[in-house]
Ligand binder design. Structure first.
Ligand code: ZN
Length: 147
């Protein structure tokens, strides 16, 4: 099995059985995302302890890339603080947009998204969950400052 098959299997697996799927009770914030180019829609819920994401769930309807990307993201960001999530997103964005980019070992299973760079039209499918997570985190920050 070569790397491409392995990546494809990870995407198919996370599309068929998305992790952390469903509304999160006791969420501190949530946000809705929509990618009109493909029709992907999802909602991301976050639970925070200070600056750290202690739990994150998502739910939505979309293509295999958007669902698998969201599932992989929830696994990757759980337990991380905002700064770590931001730098992880930057790594994922590079992976999705630069064909020559070799996945960094720190990306873990997110490396499976490397193949998306061959299909520029699908990049927004893969980044939708990250933008939605960001919107949820921004909302929770507002909630804290207005308390
Ligand atoms: Zn899509």
């Amino acid at each position: 099995m070569d790397l491409k098959d392995l990546y494809r299997d990870v995407i198919l697996d996370h599309n068929r059985q998305p992790r952390n799927f469903g509304a999160l009770a006791n969420a501190d914030a949530h946000a809705d995302g929509h990618n009109p180019l493909c029709g992907d829609r999802l909602t991301v819920w976050v639970q925070l302890e200070g600056d750290r994401v202690t739990d994150v769930h998502f739910e939505g309807k979309g293509c295999a890339i958007s669902t698998a990307s969201a599932s992989l993201m929830t696994e990757a960001v759980k337990g991380k603080d905002r700064a770590a999530i931001q730098s992880l997103y930057e790594q994922v964005h590079t992976l999705l947009t630069q064909q020559s980019a070799a996945p960094d070992a720190s990306l873990g299973k997110l490396a499976a998204l490397a193949g998306v760079s061959e299909f520029p039209a699908r990049v927004k499918c893969a980044t939708l969950c990250w933008h939605t997570l960001n919107a949820a985190l921004e909302r929770s920050a507002d909630a804290v400052t207005t308390e």
